[in-house]
Design a protein around this ligand. Structure first.
Ligand SMILES: [Zn+2]
Ligand SMILES: [Zn+2]
Length: 92
């Protein structure tokens, strides 16, 4: 019997991971470019996990009915939590 070809790069069969240059396979956030560049504080935050893609958006992007995918990026959880959020800050 032929073995099914497996995706070699992924340690687990989990599509909710991305490969980060610094942190390898991680859960990830949708981060808007405004937060990412530190131009806007985080207005909507939901925690990323292996089952759930997190959200990390500024107020404008969080209020948008249709997300503008041009302005959204995928970032690994550690990059988001350790670099992006401390730089952008949280909306009070
Ligand atoms: Zn934004
Ligand atoms: Zn990372």
């Amino acid at each position: 019997m032929k073995k099914k070809k497996k995706h070699k790069a992924k340690p687990r069969d989990n599509h909710n991971l991305i490969q980060c240059h610094d942190h390898s396979w991680r859960p990830w956030y949708v981060v808007c470019v405004h937060v990412m560049r530190g131009h806007s504080p985080v207005a909507r935050f939901s925690k990323a996990s292996a089952d759930e893609v997190g959200e990390c958006l500024c107020k404008e992007c969080a209020d948008r009915e249709e997300p503008d995918i041009e302005q959204l990026k995928a970032c690994c959880d550690r990059c988001t939590e350790e670099k992006i959020i401390p730089t952008a800050g949280m909306l009070q």
